[in-house]
Design a protein around this ligand. Structure first.
Ligand SMILES: [Zn+2]
Length: 319
């Protein structure tokens, strides 16, 4: 069984039309600057439900379940609705710090959220929407601090909620396709957060995205903190082999970063195929493969998955 721990749902007409322009990883990275008008159009469009497209890809690649979260311009409510239509396949995570769109630059004070507001939104996502943890946070929405202790102070209200619910949070590493924020892609500051909240599980997504500089920081933070996990999308089989040697398989988990944009990549391989190949190239051991493909995700999200099933079953009685 394979569980994909890292998937973004919700799309827009302009994104759906961009497929022919996005067949390689460099195409996706350059999309914002190469086709700026098309890239920015989604900020003025209505979102579309792409749950069926995702399910087709899950079936095609043999993925049993996906842990899903939002992307820029998509609300937590929209993600919960998509997941609720496929409750046995899709399990929703909250992103209480929305990713930026071309119309809400966080350099403008009115587009920032206070640490308290972030905590309130997370509580709402858990209580009302049945969301089971936190997806990739967009740190710049609530902090512009540079010192790890200051960043951890700003994250404190959100981390308190996560610790209280015995949940987990995904923190993105390395680069994104979006403007700005590269500074926070170096996860060295996460060491401070992990140390303060030993009962909260922290997943460093993409584990440095195949770039040695970021990967070494991911590894350093994970070595020092038993509550830090590494997710493998966008990484390489050589980094995965090294991570297996240093922290072992129980804190490594499979993910693809499937999204309405990344799903178009074909050359040299679709993102889902690439992630599966990385695992298969990194280890021949069937037990280790099983741990990476599903057991780690089950230990991180199993309680959560049953919480989500319960939320869906109880929902008609509440409505
Ligand atoms: Zn992602």
């Amino acid at each position: 069984m394979i569980i994909d721990s890292h998937v973004h749902v919700g799309t827009f007409p302009s994104v759906e039309s961009a497929g022919p322009l996005l067949s390689t990883v460099p195409d996706v990275v350059a999309f914002r600057t190469r086709h700026r008008e098309l890239y920015e159009r989604f900020a003025h469009e209505e979102p579309l439900d792409n749950g069926e497209t995702l399910i087709e890809d899950l079936d095609k690649y043999g993925i049993a379940k996906a842990i899903v979260q939002s992307r820029p311009g998509i609300s937590n409510d929209f993600v919960a609705r998509i997941a609720a239509r496929h409750p046995n396949r899709l399990i929703p995570l909250a992103v209480p710090t929305p990713w930026l769109t071309p119309t809400d630059d966080p350099r403008q004070a009115q587009n920032m959220m206070s640490p308290k507001e972030v905590a309130v939104e997370l509580e709402r996502c858990i209580a009302e929407l049945g969301m089971v943890g936190v997806g990739e946070i967009f740190l710049r929405r609530l902090s512009r601090k540079l010192h790890p202790e200051d960043i951890a102070d700003d994250l404190a209200p959100m981390m308190d909620v996560i610790a209280r619910h015995e949940a987990s949070v995904q923190i993105p590493t390395a680069w994104t396709q979006l403007p700005g924020g590269l500074y926070y892609g170096d996860p060295i500051w996460v060491d401070e957060v992990a140390n303060r909240y030993p009962s909260a599980r922290i997943v460093l997504t993409k584990m440095g995205r195949g770039i040695d500089h970021y990967f070494e920081k991911c590894l350093s933070v994970a070595m020092r903190n038993e509550n830090v996990y590494l997710e493998i999308s966008g990484s390489s089989s050589s980094h995965l082999r090294r991570a297996l040697q240093v922290i072992g398989p129980t804190r490594l988990l499979f993910g693809t970063d499937w999204s309405p944009v990344w799903r178009f990549v074909r050359d040299p391989a679709p993102v889902v195929v690439k992630s599966i190949q990385n695992v298969e190239e990194a280890t021949d051991d069937p037990d280790v493969r099983r741990q990476l493909f599903s057991s780690t995700a089950l230990s991180l999200y199993d309680v959560s998955i049953s919480k989500w099933t319960r939320h869906i079953q109880e929902r008609p009685a509440r409505d």
